[in-house]
Write a protein that binds this ligand. Structure first.
Ligand code: THU
Length: 133
């Protein structure tokens, strides 16, 4: 793992440990590096009214905007279990709003990095801000 990815991994793991997921018991952490170089993290926040729950990626995007950043350079998402914790469909679209097709989405488990994807490969032929320009 590169030093830059290790920083994202550590921040995402810290966020994962703070996730509020009493219903699914599936804690997720996300850490993104903005174009400015700053790192912003988020965790999933579930709710007794299930559909109201929020994903870790949404929290990281919110933290990014609060800090004044608008462009995602790369993101790392961490979840437990044997499967890849790739962003859900809605989060792929959320990421698309602030990222190029080439933005890298790194997927990690407790042991480290598992796989990396471009956002364009996860959300091909996407609809984005340019469509409304
Ligand atoms: N979840 C995330 O936070 N991000 C993902 O990329 C996948 C799923 C959350 C939503 C829910 O709180 C829990 O994981 C189980 O779906």
């Amino acid at each position: 793992m590169t030093p830059e990815l290790k920083i994202l991994f550590d921040r995402a793991r810290d966020a994962q440990a703070k996730a509020y997921a009493p219903y699914s018991r599936f804690q997720v952490g996300a850490a993104l590096r903005a174009a400015s170089g700053a790192v912003h993290a988020g965790c999933n926040v579930e709710n007794a009214a299930y559909p109201v729950g929020a994903c870790a990626e949404a929290g990281a995007i919110s933290a990014m905007l609060l800090a004044g950043d608008r462009q995602i350079a790369e993101i790392l998402v961490i979840g437990d279990g044997p499967e890849l914790c790739t962003p859900c469909g809605a989060c792929r679209q959320r990421l698309r709003e602030f990222s190029a097709d080439t933005m890298m989405v790194h997927v990690a488990g407790p042991e480290g990095l598992r796989r990396s994807f471009s956002l364009g490969s996860l959300l091909p032929h996407s609809f984005g801000p340019d469509n409304l320009a």
